[in-house]
Design a protein around this ligand. Sequence first.
Ligand code: CA
Length: 228
Amino acid sequence: MQTVLIVEDEEDIRELLALRVKREGFAALEAADGAVALKLAARHRPDIILLDIMLPGQDGLTVCKNLQRSAETAAIPVIMLTARGEEMDRVVGLELGAADYVVKPFSVREVILRIRAVLRRTRPPSENLTLHCGSVRMDLAEHSVSVAASPVVLTLTEFRLLEDLLRHRGKARSREQLLDSVWGYSFEGYARTVDTHVRRLRGKLGAASGCIETIRGVGYKAREEESC
Ligand code: CA
């Protein structure tokens, strides 16, 4: 059974979400603040996290950052719950690596659809596939990445971005194609989200960062040659 961690301080909303996700066949964990959320996420490794931005103590964006910092929780997809009109929160949430967001007030049905869509998108592939680019090696079944045999911890978004580029090795991928493939939809004006994640990904790849080439006016590509 897949588990959803619901992080929301408003009890009515939290309980409603918990009730409905259980009715949909998921297990539900509940947290009313960020500290409890981080503890539950590390202990139970839920399949997905619904994370409200307006929380007492550390806000949802900080919680999202902290989830991504820990190797135990970095790969768990996060759906942010944002207030209407808080455009900045949405942009920042996606830049931080949230898989999706839902704007309040939302219909619970919409939230469930988003959960299913994100889980479909992020399901580990059943194929036992390894992707390479120079010294970078990705094992999709293990969900692991290494550079020159040293493990590298990537967030889910960084992982999916690298996976897309390596699957299309030698071919330029536009920011729109990458948004579509990694985030599941394209947002005009959110193209810089792709740049932010590529920058972070390159930072983590270190000496092998040259494996991702910038194609001016288009986007990015993974180098064809083995020398990167
Ligand atoms: Ca709240």
